[in-house]
Design a binder for this molecule. Structure first.
Ligand SMILES: [Zn+2]
Length: 496
């Protein structure tokens, strides 16, 4: 009989025998303490009535499953006043009465459950030598006592989706403990307001920029100050910036395509008014424009017999995208089309004219306008570019030598990063992007100033920044500034 530091046991328990089996270790343990306490009257007794064996799972030993054959005893209670005559020996810190696993084994399963989930937990546990089921793991987690409902002073509120993009709920976070304190079944202002009313200690509510949670906080926690959370502020700013960059990058792409095609653009078409639409729609539109411009560039380069890899480098997109675009034959829309391009109706006519031998895009465009076409020259051009004959001579244009800069999305992240943390090639890209247009350069200065306010929590500069943005003539940043202006107190709190 021995005790070993490798398998700690409560006092009075000794290892009798260790067997190695196919499934792991079977360890026979016997209880040797001369006395035990009656669970009813707490009197000590040394009168053993009988022995019996319990089979328990225990924590694995070096990855091997461990089964304990535990021999314990029944004692007589000698207290004449105690109604219990016979009791079984208890091992309170080691195993619950009737349980089939040790307490430490339970605790390990709970920890696995908290760190993973039911299914993932089973996979991990098996690797660790713990045999369990999904249901056991979930039961262990659900058996944990609820944390005491402490008062919440700083609350974070945001939405989450039950099914992506379909149904939304609200998640409430205690910002001090960084723990989720509750989930609500929807994201209506009234539901959140009702929750906040039950928590009168709230002093600050951090929320996104949407109006629902703002009005929830106004209704439910008027005593609390509201902060626009910095994540959403930065997200909104980045999206505004992405729209602006997409606008300029697509212009740049179109210019390059024109160089490749050696064509003349009707001048009265090159200046088109920026369409004013809600932010998101405008961003989507700009993104689509940019993608379409890249598509046209891909097709044009293909006509020059460039390899797919070379096209990918040149246009700044992945080789697999180039491949799928070339295979698609037409511009692959990203979503089901909400608004079909104006030109679609005229495509049969266009293609027929092309077949008949008219290859002058500007001329075809004029014909379409005469028929009532209201779309852009670029749409016509982008649709015709793939009909061009292949193998045209490779013009030695400088635009073919410099690869593309970045997509608007990549560029927008680049613009927001700390300049001192950029790698050399990123600094190079940034410098080139800023040279695209004075607007881009100005936008860079503005977003950097805003990001700086955010990092250093210097909300006192907000008013000055808003004035600059409003007078910048950059529509994307102006509309971001208008949004901030509407929610200025919360934004300033978020920046301070
Ligand atoms: Zn007793």
């Amino acid at each position: 009989m021995e005790r070993t530091p490798l398998l700690p046991l409560p006092e009075g328990m000794l290892i009798d025998e260790i067997q190695i089996t196919e499934n792991g270790l079977v360890i026979a343990v016997i209880a040797t303490h001369p006395t035990s306490c009656c669970p009813l009257c707490s009197d000590l007794s040394s009168s053993i009535q009988s022995h019996y064996r319990r089979v328990l799972r225990d924590v694995p030993c070096a990855g091997r499953q461990v089964q304990l054959f535990l021999t314990v005893r029944k004692f007589y209670c000698r207290n004449p006043l105690c109604p219990r005559k016979i009791f079984t020996e208890r091992l309170p810190s080691f195993v619950e009465p009737w349980a089939r696993m040790t307490i430490r084994y339970c605790q390990q399963i709970t920890s696995i459950g908290l760190a993973t989930c039911g299914k993932g937990g089973v996979r991990l546990a098996t690797r660790l030598g713990i045999q369990t089921t999904r249901q056991t793991i979930l039961r262990r987690v659900m058996d944990l006592p609820d944390a005491l409902p402490a008062s919440i002073v700083y609350l974070g509120v945001d939405d989450f989706s039950f099914r992506r993009g379909c149904r939304f709920g609200t998640v409430l976070v205690n910002l001090e403990s960084r723990r989720v304190v509750d989930l609500l079944s929807d994201r209506e202002a009234e539901t959140s307001a009702a929750w906040m009313r039950q928590h009168p200690d709230l002093m600050a509510v951090s929320r996104d920029r949407g109006g629902e949670y703002a009005s929830a906080a106004r209704e439910g926690a008027p005593q609390a100050i509201q902060c626009a959370d910095r994540f959403h502020l930065l997200k909104n700013l980045r999206e505004a910036l992405e729209g602006l960059l997409a606008r300029h990058l697509s212009t740049q792409c179109k210019r390059q395509t024109q160089v490749i095609l050696e064509e003349e653009v009707p001048t009265w078409q090159s200046e088109r008014a920026v369409r004013i639409s809600p932010n998101l729609e405008r961003l989507q539109q700009s993104r689509r424009e940019e993608r379409l411009a890249r598509y046209a560039q891909v097709i044009a380069l293909r006509k020059l017999d460039l390899s797919q890899a070379a096209i990918a480098r040149q246009v700044g997109i992945g080789a697999s995208t180039v491949q799928s675009w070339l295979a698609a034959g037409t511009f692959p829309e990203r979503k089901p089309r909400e608004q079909a391009s104006h030109v679609d109706r005229y495509l049969p006519y266009l293609f027929k004219r092309w077949e008949d031998g008219c290859h002058n895009i500007a001329c075809l465009f004029r014909e379409l306008v005469e028929q009532g076409y209201q779309g852009s020259y670029e749409s016509v051009r982008d649709n015709l570019v793939r009909l061009l004959p292949t193998g045209r001579k490779n013009p030695a244009h400088s635009s073919l030598k410099a690869p593309a800069l970045a997509t608007s999305r990549q560029a927008s992240f680049l613009f927001l990063r700390r300049p001192e943390k950029l790698r050399v090639e990123e600094q190079d890209t940034l410098a080139k992007l800023r040279q695209l247009h004075p607007e881009v350069d100005l936008a860079y200065d503005l977003v950097q100033q805003f990001a700086q306010m955010l990092r250093t929590r210097t909300g006192e500069h907000l008013d000055a920044w808003l004035t600059q943005a409003a007078s910048s003539k950059l529509p994307e940043l102006q509309s971001f500034a208008v949004g901030v202006e509407r929610d200025k107190d919360a934004v300033r709190n978020g920046l301070t």
